[in-house]
Design a protein around this ligand. Structure first.
Ligand SMILES: *Cc1c(COP(=O)(O)O)cnc(C)c1O
Length: 458
């Protein structure tokens, strides 16, 4: 017999989980104003809110923490991280930051000006926030195939080169500070970008004299998809693929809470000494001195180790295999998700799931609330609440897709937890005809409202 798949690690430390009753969860949800971010974590049985900073570190990472160097300047932990970044990603210059959005804040303080345009593939919400905060505009150039959830396309994170060139032609060069490439593309469903597309985007950037910045939070998962789906990469190692990917980037921002498997951390990678010098000023102002940014020495050590572990094939196969396992279970119940399944999460098509709830009443949020009440599983809305209002008209922006995202923390849950989640969602699916109303907004923030929004039943 062919041996079945098994995880490439074993468990050394556990954390107890508390079960709750439906009655408790109904009260908690109401008290939380139907915002899942407002729930304290002890009320959650399985937490699929995010894969960001929620991973389990390895024994090697924990031991690296013990030898962290907490010197203010020139700590050995800084050099350990610098060497890992140069070795694995190929960037000569780097700045540590406390997380990914801090890297965006520092780098965009140098590059983005009022009235600029930043084309890319479905910009992540904090990325878009940092662009719009500077009164510039994010231009989405993702391929149309990304918005058809049932259509098979191996690289739904790809940039449509015609859309991109149209944008590059429509504005003067000095109004386009860079092209941003998100790998993998979170907003469209954890979907990868092909190596070919990266190369072509870089070529187009070169033609117009515009640099390319990678938003690289899930670069290793992207590399796994290139290895397993793109012609010519089957026999290359993940690290070889990663090296080639970043050869098409002039700068990168990293949320290390994703593919570097740490609970906090980030950095900026750069090739230009001039950009490094300018960004250094903002790093010192916003984050901390150049050799620690927002991180302690032990954090930098764990991050350096995590970059190596996160780019091992066996680990990636275990992780991405678990995400696909959940996706297949849901599919067997007739629940539609973005396909092919993404790297870090399953994106359930909420409009298909709850056809009777009006778009104006936040369909994916409604599904998220139902799932929590059903079983204590916490997921997150990637839909109209997240898409926010148009900065000019202040009207709700309806995204092409309304998703409930089930994000899987790295090395944390077993496939039994995936089965539990799948059945919970199937139970909601069975009673979907009775779910006809969603929510109204009671209170919202002017930007990135989904974190703090307060809702009531419509
Ligand atoms: C998480 C993430 C960010 C922001 O990083 P934080 O560490 O959460 O600040 C930016 N871009 C992408 C693609 C992300 O997934």
């Amino acid at each position: 017999m062919q041996l079945p798949f098994a995880e490439s690690y074993k468990i050394k430390m556990v954390e107890p989980l508390r079960r709750s009753t439906r009655e408790e969860r109904e009260i908690w949800m109401k008290e939380a104003r139907y915002n899942l971010f407002n729930l304290s974590s002890d009320k959650v049985f399985i937490d699929l809110l995010t894969d960001s900073g929620t991973g389990a570190m390895s024994d090697r990472q924990w031991s690296a923490m013990m030898i962290g160097d907490e010197s203010y300047a020139g700590a050995s932990s800084y050099f350990r991280l610098k060497n890992a970044i140069s070795d694995l990603l190929g960037f000569e210059y780097f700045l540590p930051t406390h997380q990914g959005r801090a890297a965006e804040n520092v780098l965009f303080s140098v590059l983005v000006k009022e009235g600029d345009f930043v084309p890319g593939n479905s910009h992540f919400d904090t990325t878009k926030g940092h662009i719009e905060f500077r009164r510039a505009k994010a231009v989405d150039c993702t391929i149309n195939e990304a918005f058809d959830v049932t259509l098979y396309h191996p690289f739904k994170g790809n940039v449509d080169l015609n859309k991109l060139e149209e944008c590059l032609n429509a504005h003067p060069r000095e109004k386009i500070p860079f092209i941003i490439l998100t790998v993998t593309c979170n907003t469209s469903g954890g979907q990868p970008v092909s190596m070919k597309n990266m190369r072509e985007v870089k070529e187009l950037g070169n033609k117009y004299g515009i640099p390319v910045v990678f938003d690289a939070a899930r670069f290793a998962e992207n590399a796994y998809f290139i290895k397993t789906r793109e012609e010519g990469y089957k026999d290359k190692t993940i690290r070889e693929i990663v090296k080639e990917m970043f050869s098409y980037a002039d700068c990168m921002t990293m949320s290390a809470k994703k593919d570097a498997i740490v609970n906090m951390g980030g950095f900026i990678g750069m090739r230009s000494q001039e950009i490094f010098r300018q960004a250094s000023v903002f790093n010192i102002m916003f984050e901390g001195y150049l050799t620690y940014g927002g991180m302690s020495g032990r954090d930098m050590n764990a991050l350096a180790e995590g970059l190596y572990e996160g780019t091992e094939f066996d680990y990636l196969q275990t992780r991405i295999g678990q995400v696909a396992y959940l996706g297949e279970r849901l599919k067997s119940f007739g629940i539609q998700s973005q396909e092919p399944f993404g790297g870090h999460a399953i994106f359930v098509d909420a409009v298909h799931f709850l056809p009777k709830v009006p778009r104006a009443e936040y369909v994916a949020q409604t599904l998220g609330v139902e799932l929590f009440i059903e079983a204590g599983v916490r997921a997150v809305e990637i839909g109209t609440l997240l898409a926010d209002r148009d900065p000019i008209t202040r009207m709700d922006r309806y995204p092409e897709l309304e998703f409930l995202r089930l994000a899987i923390p790295r090395r944390v849950y077993t496939n039994n937890h995936m089965d539990y989640t799948a059945v919970a969602l199937a139970n909601v699916f069975e009673r979907r005809d009775k779910i006809t109303r969603g929510f109204r907004i009671l209170h919202e923030a002017p930007i990135m409202r989904h974190f703090t929004v307060e809702l009531e039943r419509a």
